[in-house]
Design a protein around this ligand. Structure first.
Ligand SMILES: Cc1cc2nc3c(=O)[nH]c(=O)nc-3n(C[C@H](O)[C@H](O)[C@H](O)COP(=O)(O)OP(=O)(O)OC[C@H]3O[C@@H](n4cnc5c(N)ncnc54)[C@H](O)[C@@H]3O)c2cc1C
Length: 465
Protein backbone atom coordinates (compact mmCIF):
# COMPACT_ATOMS: atom_id res chain seq x y z
CA UNK A 1 0.00 0.00 0.00
CA UNK A 2 1.26 3.47 -0.89
CA UNK A 3 2.12 5.70 2.03
CA UNK A 4 2.93 9.38 2.14
CA UNK A 5 5.32 9.15 5.06
CA UNK A 6 8.94 9.24 3.96
CA UNK A 7 11.73 7.03 5.17
CA UNK A 8 13.83 8.36 8.02
CA UNK A 9 16.74 5.98 8.04
CA UNK A 10 19.82 7.82 9.13
CA UNK A 11 17.91 10.75 10.68
CA UNK A 12 17.17 11.34 14.39
CA UNK A 13 15.13 8.59 16.06
CA UNK A 14 11.42 8.87 15.26
CA UNK A 15 9.34 9.83 18.27
CA UNK A 16 6.36 7.47 18.44
CA UNK A 17 3.63 8.26 20.97
CA UNK A 18 0.96 5.64 21.68
CA UNK A 19 -2.21 7.03 23.25
CA UNK A 20 -3.68 4.23 25.39
CA UNK A 21 -1.88 1.12 26.61
CA UNK A 22 -4.82 -1.29 26.44
CA UNK A 23 -5.09 -4.20 24.04
CA UNK A 24 -4.16 -2.51 20.78
CA UNK A 25 -1.69 -0.06 22.36
CA UNK A 26 0.11 -2.71 24.39
CA UNK A 27 0.53 -4.99 21.38
CA UNK A 28 1.68 -2.12 19.19
CA UNK A 29 4.39 -1.16 21.69
CA UNK A 30 5.37 -4.79 22.32
CA UNK A 31 5.78 -5.49 18.63
CA UNK A 32 7.64 -2.24 18.02
CA UNK A 33 10.12 -3.24 20.73
CA UNK A 34 10.72 -6.48 18.84
CA UNK A 35 10.92 -4.90 15.39
CA UNK A 36 12.70 -1.58 15.78
CA UNK A 37 16.47 -1.48 16.01
CA UNK A 38 18.00 0.58 18.83
CA UNK A 39 18.26 4.21 17.72
CA UNK A 40 15.56 3.87 15.06
CA UNK A 41 12.76 5.26 17.20
CA UNK A 42 11.70 6.07 20.75
CA UNK A 43 8.35 4.69 21.86
CA UNK A 44 6.19 6.29 24.56
CA UNK A 45 2.92 4.87 25.85
CA UNK A 46 0.56 7.26 27.63
CA UNK A 47 -2.18 5.77 29.79
CA UNK A 48 -3.75 6.82 33.08
CA UNK A 49 -3.52 3.17 34.14
CA UNK A 50 -0.17 1.47 34.73
CA UNK A 51 -1.51 -1.75 33.25
CA UNK A 52 -3.32 -3.26 30.29
CA UNK A 53 -6.58 -4.97 31.27
CA UNK A 54 -7.36 -8.39 29.82
CA UNK A 55 -11.08 -7.61 29.71
CA UNK A 56 -12.27 -11.10 28.63
CA UNK A 57 -11.17 -12.31 32.08
CA UNK A 58 -13.27 -9.75 33.99
CA UNK A 59 -16.26 -12.15 34.22
CA UNK A 60 -14.01 -14.78 35.82
CA UNK A 61 -12.65 -12.15 38.20
CA UNK A 62 -16.29 -11.58 39.29
CA UNK A 63 -16.60 -15.27 39.99
CA UNK A 64 -13.34 -15.47 41.91
CA UNK A 65 -11.90 -17.97 39.42
CA UNK A 66 -9.10 -15.55 38.53
CA UNK A 67 -7.19 -13.28 40.89
CA UNK A 68 -7.85 -9.64 39.97
CA UNK A 69 -4.17 -8.75 39.64
CA UNK A 70 -3.61 -11.66 37.26
CA UNK A 71 -6.08 -10.23 34.73
CA UNK A 72 -3.95 -7.10 34.25
CA UNK A 73 -0.52 -6.81 32.68
CA UNK A 74 1.96 -4.29 34.02
CA UNK A 75 3.12 -1.92 31.26
CA UNK A 76 6.39 -1.11 33.01
CA UNK A 77 7.30 -4.73 33.62
CA UNK A 78 6.58 -5.99 30.13
CA UNK A 79 7.42 -2.98 27.94
CA UNK A 80 11.06 -2.67 28.88
CA UNK A 81 12.25 -0.45 26.03
CA UNK A 82 9.17 1.77 26.06
CA UNK A 83 8.73 4.93 28.10
CA UNK A 84 5.49 4.71 30.07
CA UNK A 85 3.80 7.99 30.98
CA UNK A 86 1.09 7.78 33.64
CA UNK A 87 -1.52 10.26 32.46
CA UNK A 88 -4.49 10.86 30.18
CA UNK A 89 -4.21 12.55 26.81
CA UNK A 90 -6.65 15.44 26.92
CA UNK A 91 -6.29 16.55 23.29
CA UNK A 92 -4.21 15.93 20.18
CA UNK A 93 -3.11 18.76 17.89
CA UNK A 94 -1.84 16.74 14.97
CA UNK A 95 -1.04 19.83 12.92
CA UNK A 96 1.56 20.63 15.56
CA UNK A 97 2.40 16.98 16.16
CA UNK A 98 1.61 17.42 19.86
CA UNK A 99 -0.45 15.43 22.35
CA UNK A 100 -1.40 17.17 25.59
CA UNK A 101 -1.17 14.94 28.63
CA UNK A 102 -2.75 15.44 32.03
CA UNK A 103 -0.29 13.64 34.28
CA UNK A 104 -1.81 11.42 36.95
CA UNK A 105 0.41 13.22 39.45
CA UNK A 106 -1.04 16.59 38.33
CA UNK A 107 -0.21 19.16 35.67
CA UNK A 108 -0.58 19.21 31.91
CA UNK A 109 2.42 18.62 29.64
CA UNK A 110 2.77 18.72 25.85
CA UNK A 111 4.29 15.64 24.25
CA UNK A 112 5.75 16.18 20.80
CA UNK A 113 5.87 13.31 18.34
CA UNK A 114 6.61 12.33 14.77
CA UNK A 115 4.08 9.49 14.72
CA UNK A 116 1.00 9.17 16.92
CA UNK A 117 -0.84 5.89 17.45
CA UNK A 118 -4.34 6.32 18.84
CA UNK A 119 -5.49 3.25 20.74
CA UNK A 120 -7.52 4.86 23.53
CA UNK A 121 -10.38 2.33 23.27
CA UNK A 122 -13.99 3.08 24.09
CA UNK A 123 -16.00 4.03 27.17
CA UNK A 124 -19.10 2.48 28.73
CA UNK A 125 -22.21 3.81 27.01
CA UNK A 126 -24.71 5.35 29.40
CA UNK A 127 -28.24 6.66 29.04
CA UNK A 128 -29.85 9.29 31.22
CA UNK A 129 -31.49 6.76 33.54
CA UNK A 130 -32.07 8.33 36.98
CA UNK A 131 -29.88 6.83 39.69
CA UNK A 132 -27.34 5.10 37.46
CA UNK A 133 -24.29 7.23 38.38
CA UNK A 134 -24.91 6.69 42.11
CA UNK A 135 -26.17 3.13 42.20
CA UNK A 136 -24.64 1.17 39.31
CA UNK A 137 -21.22 -0.32 38.68
CA UNK A 138 -19.82 -0.77 35.15
CA UNK A 139 -17.91 -3.83 33.92
CA UNK A 140 -14.97 -2.57 31.87
CA UNK A 141 -12.26 -2.10 34.44
CA UNK A 142 -10.62 -4.40 36.92
CA UNK A 143 -11.68 -2.17 39.84
CA UNK A 144 -15.29 -2.50 38.75
CA UNK A 145 -15.03 -6.28 38.56
CA UNK A 146 -13.57 -6.41 42.07
CA UNK A 147 -16.28 -4.05 43.38
CA UNK A 148 -19.04 -6.22 41.88
CA UNK A 149 -17.63 -9.40 43.40
CA UNK A 150 -17.06 -7.80 46.81
CA UNK A 151 -20.55 -6.27 46.81
CA UNK A 152 -22.16 -9.62 46.13
CA UNK A 153 -20.12 -11.42 48.78
CA UNK A 154 -20.75 -8.66 51.34
CA UNK A 155 -24.46 -8.82 50.57
CA UNK A 156 -24.45 -12.57 51.20
CA UNK A 157 -22.50 -12.02 54.44
CA UNK A 158 -25.09 -9.50 55.70
CA UNK A 159 -28.17 -11.31 54.39
CA UNK A 160 -27.15 -14.53 56.11
CA UNK A 161 -27.94 -12.92 59.50
CA UNK A 162 -31.16 -11.16 58.49
CA UNK A 163 -34.67 -12.59 58.92
CA UNK A 164 -36.86 -12.92 55.81
CA UNK A 165 -38.08 -9.50 54.71
CA UNK A 166 -37.37 -6.58 52.36
CA UNK A 167 -33.77 -5.97 53.55
CA UNK A 168 -32.79 -9.57 52.97
CA UNK A 169 -34.60 -9.64 49.61
CA UNK A 170 -32.78 -6.49 48.48
CA UNK A 171 -29.37 -7.88 49.35
CA UNK A 172 -30.10 -11.12 47.51
CA UNK A 173 -31.25 -9.31 44.36
CA UNK A 174 -28.79 -8.59 41.54
CA UNK A 175 -29.61 -6.69 38.34
CA UNK A 176 -27.53 -6.56 35.16
CA UNK A 177 -28.56 -3.99 32.55
CA UNK A 178 -27.49 -5.02 29.03
CA UNK A 179 -27.42 -8.48 27.49
CA UNK A 180 -24.41 -8.09 25.21
CA UNK A 181 -21.26 -10.15 25.50
CA UNK A 182 -19.85 -8.55 28.65
CA UNK A 183 -23.24 -8.45 30.37
CA UNK A 184 -24.16 -12.07 29.73
CA UNK A 185 -20.74 -13.43 30.68
CA UNK A 186 -20.53 -11.31 33.84
CA UNK A 187 -24.12 -12.15 34.80
CA UNK A 188 -23.65 -15.89 34.26
CA UNK A 189 -20.35 -16.00 36.18
CA UNK A 190 -21.76 -14.07 39.14
CA UNK A 191 -24.87 -16.24 39.20
CA UNK A 192 -22.67 -19.32 39.14
CA UNK A 193 -20.66 -18.00 42.11
CA UNK A 194 -23.75 -17.03 44.12
CA UNK A 195 -25.51 -20.34 43.58
CA UNK A 196 -22.40 -22.36 44.33
CA UNK A 197 -21.70 -20.72 47.68
CA UNK A 198 -25.14 -19.60 48.98
CA UNK A 199 -26.24 -22.78 50.72
CA UNK A 200 -22.86 -24.26 51.61
CA UNK A 201 -21.13 -21.17 52.99
CA UNK A 202 -23.98 -18.83 53.99
CA UNK A 203 -26.92 -21.19 54.69
CA UNK A 204 -29.00 -19.23 52.19
CA UNK A 205 -31.41 -21.18 49.99
CA UNK A 206 -30.32 -20.51 46.35
CA UNK A 207 -34.03 -20.16 45.53
CA UNK A 208 -33.94 -16.86 47.45
CA UNK A 209 -31.42 -15.38 45.00
CA UNK A 210 -33.03 -13.06 42.45
CA UNK A 211 -30.86 -12.43 39.39
CA UNK A 212 -32.37 -10.11 36.75
CA UNK A 213 -30.85 -9.61 33.29
CA UNK A 214 -32.55 -6.70 31.52
CA UNK A 215 -32.10 -6.25 27.76
CA UNK A 216 -33.78 -3.59 25.62
CA UNK A 217 -33.61 -5.67 22.41
CA UNK A 218 -35.70 -8.74 21.78
CA UNK A 219 -32.70 -11.05 22.26
CA UNK A 220 -29.41 -11.30 24.13
CA UNK A 221 -25.94 -11.82 22.62
CA UNK A 222 -26.41 -10.14 19.23
CA UNK A 223 -23.04 -11.61 18.18
CA UNK A 224 -24.43 -15.18 17.98
CA UNK A 225 -27.16 -16.71 15.80
CA UNK A 226 -30.79 -16.34 17.01
CA UNK A 227 -31.10 -20.03 17.97
CA UNK A 228 -27.95 -19.90 20.11
CA UNK A 229 -29.17 -16.67 21.71
CA UNK A 230 -32.47 -18.36 22.64
CA UNK A 231 -30.55 -21.34 24.04
CA UNK A 232 -28.40 -19.10 26.25
CA UNK A 233 -31.46 -17.22 27.58
CA UNK A 234 -33.14 -20.54 28.40
CA UNK A 235 -29.99 -21.80 30.05
CA UNK A 236 -29.84 -18.76 32.33
CA UNK A 237 -33.53 -19.10 33.16
CA UNK A 238 -32.99 -22.76 33.98
CA UNK A 239 -30.30 -21.68 36.45
CA UNK A 240 -32.84 -19.50 38.26
CA UNK A 241 -32.36 -16.14 36.52
CA UNK A 242 -35.06 -13.81 35.19
CA UNK A 243 -34.24 -12.64 31.65
CA UNK A 244 -36.28 -9.55 30.69
CA UNK A 245 -36.18 -9.10 26.90
CA UNK A 246 -37.54 -6.03 25.10
CA UNK A 247 -37.41 -4.23 28.45
CA UNK A 248 -35.60 -1.10 29.59
CA UNK A 249 -34.64 0.12 33.01
CA UNK A 250 -36.35 3.47 33.62
CA UNK A 251 -34.93 4.30 37.06
CA UNK A 252 -32.67 2.82 39.72
CA UNK A 253 -32.89 5.64 42.29
CA UNK A 254 -31.98 4.49 45.81
CA UNK A 255 -31.50 0.95 44.53
CA UNK A 256 -35.17 0.60 43.49
CA UNK A 257 -35.22 -0.76 39.93
CA UNK A 258 -38.13 0.32 37.72
CA UNK A 259 -38.60 -1.56 34.46
CA UNK A 260 -40.52 -0.39 31.39
CA UNK A 261 -42.75 -3.45 31.89
CA UNK A 262 -44.01 -1.89 35.13
CA UNK A 263 -42.11 -4.33 37.33
CA UNK A 264 -40.36 -2.77 40.35
CA UNK A 265 -37.97 -4.30 42.88
CA UNK A 266 -35.14 -3.33 45.20
CA UNK A 267 -31.70 -4.51 44.17
CA UNK A 268 -28.57 -4.59 46.32
CA UNK A 269 -26.29 -4.76 43.28
CA UNK A 270 -26.85 -3.10 39.90
CA UNK A 271 -24.38 -3.65 37.07
CA UNK A 272 -24.50 -1.50 33.95
CA UNK A 273 -23.25 -3.25 30.80
CA UNK A 274 -25.33 -1.52 28.14
CA UNK A 275 -22.66 -1.31 25.45
CA UNK A 276 -19.80 1.01 24.56
CA UNK A 277 -19.44 4.50 23.12
CA UNK A 278 -16.62 6.41 21.43
CA UNK A 279 -13.91 7.77 23.71
CA UNK A 280 -14.89 11.48 24.03
CA UNK A 281 -11.27 12.70 23.81
CA UNK A 282 -10.92 11.02 20.44
CA UNK A 283 -14.36 11.99 19.23
CA UNK A 284 -14.13 15.65 20.23
CA UNK A 285 -10.60 16.74 21.11
CA UNK A 286 -8.37 15.89 18.16
CA UNK A 287 -8.00 17.28 14.66
CA UNK A 288 -7.94 13.75 13.24
CA UNK A 289 -10.84 12.69 10.99
CA UNK A 290 -13.67 10.85 12.77
CA UNK A 291 -16.88 9.27 11.52
CA UNK A 292 -20.44 9.92 12.73
CA UNK A 293 -19.91 7.53 15.66
CA UNK A 294 -16.81 9.40 16.83
CA UNK A 295 -14.35 6.71 15.68
CA UNK A 296 -11.11 7.61 13.92
CA UNK A 297 -11.25 6.99 10.19
CA UNK A 298 -8.38 4.75 9.07
CA UNK A 299 -7.23 3.06 5.88
CA UNK A 300 -6.95 -0.75 5.78
CA UNK A 301 -3.26 -0.41 6.72
CA UNK A 302 -4.35 1.48 9.88
CA UNK A 303 -2.90 4.82 8.87
CA UNK A 304 -5.41 7.56 9.71
CA UNK A 305 -7.43 8.98 6.81
CA UNK A 306 -8.53 7.53 3.51
CA UNK A 307 -6.62 6.51 0.37
CA UNK A 308 -7.63 9.86 -1.13
CA UNK A 309 -6.75 11.88 1.97
CA UNK A 310 -4.25 10.02 4.16
CA UNK A 311 -2.99 11.75 7.32
CA UNK A 312 0.79 11.28 7.53
CA UNK A 313 2.18 10.47 10.97
CA UNK A 314 -1.10 9.24 12.46
CA UNK A 315 -2.29 5.69 13.09
CA UNK A 316 -5.19 4.14 14.98
CA UNK A 317 -6.55 0.72 15.93
CA UNK A 318 -8.87 -1.12 18.30
CA UNK A 319 -12.20 0.12 19.65
CA UNK A 320 -11.24 3.76 18.93
CA UNK A 321 -10.90 3.23 15.17
CA UNK A 322 -13.27 2.50 12.27
CA UNK A 323 -11.09 -0.11 10.56
CA UNK A 324 -12.37 -1.31 7.16
CA UNK A 325 -13.29 -4.98 7.50
CA UNK A 326 -11.73 -6.49 4.36
CA UNK A 327 -12.93 -9.99 5.33
CA UNK A 328 -16.55 -8.78 5.14
CA UNK A 329 -16.14 -6.17 2.39
CA UNK A 330 -18.29 -3.20 1.41
CA UNK A 331 -18.44 -0.40 3.96
CA UNK A 332 -18.19 -2.79 6.93
CA UNK A 333 -15.81 -1.91 9.76
CA UNK A 334 -14.36 -4.40 12.21
CA UNK A 335 -16.43 -5.00 15.35
CA UNK A 336 -14.95 -3.69 18.59
CA UNK A 337 -13.45 -6.77 20.18
CA UNK A 338 -10.18 -8.13 21.49
CA UNK A 339 -9.73 -10.51 18.58
CA UNK A 340 -9.35 -7.51 16.28
CA UNK A 341 -7.60 -5.15 18.72
CA UNK A 342 -4.71 -7.60 19.28
CA UNK A 343 -4.18 -8.31 15.61
CA UNK A 344 -4.58 -4.69 14.60
CA UNK A 345 -1.97 -3.69 17.19
CA UNK A 346 0.49 -6.19 15.71
CA UNK A 347 -0.24 -5.17 12.11
CA UNK A 348 0.02 -1.49 13.02
CA UNK A 349 3.47 -2.03 14.57
CA UNK A 350 4.68 -3.92 11.49
CA UNK A 351 3.41 -1.15 9.20
CA UNK A 352 4.92 1.59 11.35
CA UNK A 353 8.27 -0.20 11.38
CA UNK A 354 8.02 -0.65 7.61
CA UNK A 355 7.31 3.05 7.07
CA UNK A 356 10.25 3.97 9.31
CA UNK A 357 12.47 2.03 6.89
CA UNK A 358 10.80 3.38 3.75
CA UNK A 359 9.00 0.13 2.99
CA UNK A 360 5.42 -0.48 1.95
CA UNK A 361 2.65 -1.18 4.45
CA UNK A 362 0.20 -4.08 4.31
CA UNK A 363 -3.56 -4.00 4.91
CA UNK A 364 -5.16 -5.49 8.01
CA UNK A 365 -7.37 -8.45 7.24
CA UNK A 366 -8.82 -10.95 9.72
CA UNK A 367 -11.80 -13.28 9.38
CA UNK A 368 -13.63 -13.82 12.70
CA UNK A 369 -12.65 -16.99 14.56
CA UNK A 370 -16.16 -17.20 15.98
CA UNK A 371 -17.72 -16.30 19.31
CA UNK A 372 -17.03 -17.93 22.63
CA UNK A 373 -18.59 -17.11 25.99
CA UNK A 374 -18.40 -18.48 29.50
CA UNK A 375 -21.75 -19.12 31.20
CA UNK A 376 -20.34 -19.91 34.62
CA UNK A 377 -18.00 -22.56 35.99
CA UNK A 378 -18.10 -25.59 33.68
CA UNK A 379 -20.56 -24.07 31.21
CA UNK A 380 -20.18 -22.07 28.00
CA UNK A 381 -21.11 -21.64 24.39
CA UNK A 382 -19.04 -21.47 21.21
CA UNK A 383 -20.19 -20.66 17.70
CA UNK A 384 -18.10 -20.48 14.55
CA UNK A 385 -20.00 -20.70 11.26
CA UNK A 386 -22.06 -23.89 11.39
CA UNK A 387 -20.13 -25.28 14.39
CA UNK A 388 -21.82 -24.81 17.76
CA UNK A 389 -20.54 -26.21 21.05
CA UNK A 390 -22.57 -25.94 24.23
CA UNK A 391 -21.87 -26.71 27.87
CA UNK A 392 -18.68 -28.14 29.35
CA UNK A 393 -16.76 -28.58 26.09
CA UNK A 394 -17.37 -24.96 25.08
CA UNK A 395 -16.20 -23.85 28.52
CA UNK A 396 -12.96 -25.84 28.15
CA UNK A 397 -12.40 -24.23 24.73
CA UNK A 398 -13.10 -20.82 26.31
CA UNK A 399 -10.49 -21.30 29.02
CA UNK A 400 -7.97 -22.82 26.60
CA UNK A 401 -8.36 -19.98 24.12
CA UNK A 402 -8.06 -17.22 26.68
CA UNK A 403 -5.13 -18.63 28.60
CA UNK A 404 -3.27 -18.81 25.30
CA UNK A 405 -4.44 -15.31 24.36
CA UNK A 406 -3.51 -13.43 27.54
CA UNK A 407 -0.15 -11.79 26.86
CA UNK A 408 3.08 -12.96 28.53
CA UNK A 409 3.97 -16.36 29.94
CA UNK A 410 4.16 -14.87 33.39
CA UNK A 411 0.39 -14.07 33.31
CA UNK A 412 -0.53 -17.38 31.65
CA UNK A 413 1.20 -19.31 34.42
CA UNK A 414 -0.39 -17.28 37.22
CA UNK A 415 -3.88 -17.77 35.76
CA UNK A 416 -3.30 -21.50 35.22
CA UNK A 417 -2.01 -21.86 38.78
CA UNK A 418 -5.13 -20.23 40.27
CA UNK A 419 -7.44 -22.32 38.06
CA UNK A 420 -5.56 -25.45 39.12
CA UNK A 421 -5.70 -24.58 42.82
CA UNK A 422 -9.36 -23.60 42.53
CA UNK A 423 -10.20 -27.07 41.19
CA UNK A 424 -8.92 -28.59 44.45
CA UNK A 425 -9.51 -25.88 47.04
CA UNK A 426 -12.75 -24.33 45.76
CA UNK A 427 -13.65 -20.68 45.39
CA UNK A 428 -12.25 -17.96 47.60
CA UNK A 429 -15.20 -16.08 49.11
CA UNK A 430 -13.69 -13.24 51.13
CA UNK A 431 -14.97 -9.76 50.39
CA UNK A 432 -12.44 -6.97 50.85
CA UNK A 433 -14.97 -4.24 50.22
CA UNK A 434 -13.75 -2.26 53.21
CA UNK A 435 -10.57 -1.36 51.25
CA UNK A 436 -12.74 1.36 49.73
CA UNK A 437 -12.77 3.12 53.13
CA UNK A 438 -9.37 2.43 54.73
CA UNK A 439 -9.52 5.56 56.92
CA UNK A 440 -13.00 4.86 58.29
CA UNK A 441 -11.66 3.44 61.56
CA UNK A 442 -9.74 6.64 62.30
CA UNK A 443 -12.76 8.83 61.66
CA UNK A 444 -15.21 6.68 63.63
CA UNK A 445 -13.42 5.62 66.82
CA UNK A 446 -12.03 2.37 65.53
CA UNK A 447 -15.30 1.10 64.05
CA UNK A 448 -15.05 -1.14 61.01
CA UNK A 449 -16.60 0.13 57.79
CA UNK A 450 -19.12 -2.34 56.47
CA UNK A 451 -20.80 -2.27 53.09
CA UNK A 452 -24.24 -1.11 54.17
CA UNK A 453 -22.68 1.96 55.77
CA UNK A 454 -23.04 3.89 52.52
CA UNK A 455 -26.77 3.14 52.38
CA UNK A 456 -27.20 4.01 56.08
CA UNK A 457 -25.30 7.27 55.62
CA UNK A 458 -27.37 8.31 52.60
CA UNK A 459 -30.59 7.41 54.45
CA UNK A 460 -29.46 9.54 57.41
CA UNK A 461 -28.62 12.38 55.03
CA UNK A 462 -32.06 12.17 53.40
CA UNK A 463 -33.78 12.09 56.78
CA UNK A 464 -31.82 15.17 57.86
CA UNK A 465 -32.92 17.18 54.78
C1 LIG B 1 -16.24 -7.61 30.31
C2 LIG B 1 -15.69 -7.66 28.92
C3 LIG B 1 -15.47 -8.89 28.31
C4 LIG B 1 -14.96 -8.95 27.01
N1 LIG B 1 -14.77 -10.17 26.45
C5 LIG B 1 -14.27 -10.25 25.20
C6 LIG B 1 -14.03 -11.51 24.60
O1 LIG B 1 -14.26 -12.54 25.22
N2 LIG B 1 -13.52 -11.54 23.34
C7 LIG B 1 -13.24 -10.40 22.65
O2 LIG B 1 -12.75 -10.48 21.51
N3 LIG B 1 -13.46 -9.17 23.18
C8 LIG B 1 -13.96 -9.07 24.44
N4 LIG B 1 -14.17 -7.83 25.00
C9 LIG B 1 -13.88 -6.60 24.22
C10 LIG B 1 -12.41 -6.24 24.26
O3 LIG B 1 -11.87 -6.34 25.55
C11 LIG B 1 -12.19 -4.83 23.70
O4 LIG B 1 -12.74 -4.78 22.41
C12 LIG B 1 -10.70 -4.49 23.63
O5 LIG B 1 -10.21 -4.34 24.95
C13 LIG B 1 -10.44 -3.21 22.84
O6 LIG B 1 -9.07 -2.93 22.88
P1 LIG B 1 -8.55 -1.42 22.79
O7 LIG B 1 -7.08 -1.47 22.86
O8 LIG B 1 -9.18 -0.74 21.65
O9 LIG B 1 -9.15 -0.71 24.10
P2 LIG B 1 -8.81 -1.02 25.61
O10 LIG B 1 -8.29 -2.38 25.79
O11 LIG B 1 -10.05 -0.64 26.36
O12 LIG B 1 -7.64 0.00 25.96
C14 LIG B 1 -7.80 1.39 25.90
C15 LIG B 1 -6.76 2.01 26.80
O13 LIG B 1 -6.73 3.40 26.56
C16 LIG B 1 -6.62 4.07 27.79
N5 LIG B 1 -7.16 5.42 27.61
C17 LIG B 1 -8.45 5.80 27.53
N6 LIG B 1 -8.54 7.13 27.38
C18 LIG B 1 -7.27 7.58 27.34
C19 LIG B 1 -6.70 8.88 27.21
N7 LIG B 1 -7.46 9.96 27.08
N8 LIG B 1 -5.36 8.99 27.24
C20 LIG B 1 -4.57 7.90 27.38
N9 LIG B 1 -5.05 6.66 27.50
C21 LIG B 1 -6.39 6.51 27.48
C22 LIG B 1 -7.40 3.22 28.76
O14 LIG B 1 -6.99 3.46 30.11
C23 LIG B 1 -7.04 1.81 28.28
O15 LIG B 1 -5.90 1.31 28.94
C24 LIG B 1 -14.68 -7.75 26.30
C25 LIG B 1 -14.89 -6.50 26.92
C26 LIG B 1 -15.40 -6.46 28.21
C27 LIG B 1 -15.62 -5.11 28.87
Amino acid sequence: MKTLTRAHRGSAPRRIVIVGGGYAGFYTAWQLEKRLRPGEATVTVVDPLPYMTYQPFLPEVLAGSIEARHAVISLRRHLRRTRVVNGAVTSIDHDRRTAYVHLTGGGEVPLEYDEVVVTAGSITRTFPVPGIPDEAIGLKRIEEAVAIRDTLLSSLDIAADLPPGPDRDRLLTVTFVGGGFAGVEGFAELLSLARAVARKRYRIDPAELRFHLVEAAGRILPEVSPSVSVWVAKRLTHKGAAVHLGTTVTSVCDGVVDLSSGERFESGLIVWTAGIAANPVIAKRTDLPTNARGLIVVRPDLQVGTDEAPVPGAWAAGDAAAVPDLAVGGSAVTVPNAQHAVRQGKRLAKNLAAVTRGRRTRPYRHGSLGVIATLGLGDGVFESGPVVLKGFLAWVVHRGYHVLAIPTWERKLRVLAVWGLGAFLGRDIVSLRSVQQPGYGFRHEGQVWYPDTRRRESEELRAAK
